[in-house]
Design a protein around this ligand. Structure first.
Ligand code: B1M
Length: 216
């Protein structure tokens, strides 16, 4: 790994948002690709934080500070991950489900979608089913993208899908699910259409699904 990517990783683990932003800007100036910065320093730094959190070596405040630094750095990368001037291929609603406050993965998915030319309405975190329904009635999106990071909130994906069924609008949309505890088996069991393990594949699958629907 190049020295600057290592430096970004070390500072992100410490949650030094300002330093991380400066280093990310510098790395871009040095022509390191946004993809490499994202994968080799930001995501790998969060993996280190996650491991330490799991082992009780760091606690919620430290993780929160690192997460803020990560989100700040991603905002700098955003224009570099997004194809500029592309015609929107379709629209997606995205949110982290009710009871769940994790947003880094969801934000990554949003950016990757935007990178594929998909317009994204981001409903944020802790989004109850009725908010997805209300937004869908207004926006008429092609894709509903649900993120969950907790085993205790995965069930909200099922509740959200059931709400779409109850409103009679389930078959009008492609419903995608993802997040660390989510699996393909779970996706099938709750009646979602697509599961992907990472944000880049989610964007790829979303674009394919939109183009397929539009061609049908
Ligand atoms: Co939380 N947390 N957390 N946390 N946290 C986890 C998820 C946990 C696994 C840590 C652990 O114990 N090992 C654990 C969950 C255990 C479980 O349920 N199995 C946990 C816990 C327990 C908690 C609290 C309950 C802790 C507490 O208060 N005691 C609490 C819950 C709060 C709540 O949500 N109600 C909590 C709080 C927090 C913070 C606020 C401190 C912070 C979140 C800050 C934020 O997001 N702004 C936080 C963090 C950062 C984590 C870990 C360390 C890192 C998550 C992350 O951002 N990873 C996490 C440990 C871990 O995941 N190993 C942990 C980086 C990110 C890029 O990955 O989000 O997985 P991820 O996204 C991936 C894929 O999953 C995928 O794409 C991304 C990669 O490309 N993806 C999708 C995500 N969404 C997708 C949607 C798709 C497709 C792919 O399609 C629609």
């Amino acid at each position: 790994m190049s020295a600057i990517l290592n430096e970004i990783s070390v500072n992100l683990q410490k949650g030094l948002a300002k330093v991380v932003k400066e280093l990310v800007t510098k790395a871009l100036e040095e022509k390191i690709s946004a993809k490499d910065i994202l994968e080799q320093s930001l995501i790998s730094a969060m993996d280190v934080v996650a491991e330490k959190f799991k082992n009780n070596e760091v606690y919620v405040p430290e993780v929160l500070i690192a997460a803020r630094a990560m989100n700040g750095a991603m905002e700098i990368l955003k224009p570099h991950l997004t194809e500029s001037g592309a015609q929107p291929v379709g629209k997606a609603l995205i949110g982290t489900v009710k009871g769940d406050l994790h947003d880094i993965g969801k934000n990554l998915v949003r950016m990757m979608f935007e990178g594929k030319g998909i317009e994204v309405i981001d409903l944020g975190v802790d989004v109850p089913p009725e908010k997805f329904i209300e937004a869908q009635k207004k926006e008429n999106a092609d894709v509903i993208a649900l993120s969950a990071l907790l085993t205790t909130t995965m069930g909200e994906m099922k509740n959200t899908i059931e709400a779409f069924v109850n409103e009679g609008i389930r078959d009008d949309v492609v419903i995608m699910v993802g997040g660390a505890p989510v699996t393909d088996e779970f996706c099938k069991s709750v009646g979602a259409d697509i599961y992907t393990a990472d944000a880049a594949s989610a964007a790829e699958e979303a674009k394919n699904a939109i183009l397929k629907r539009k061609a049908a």
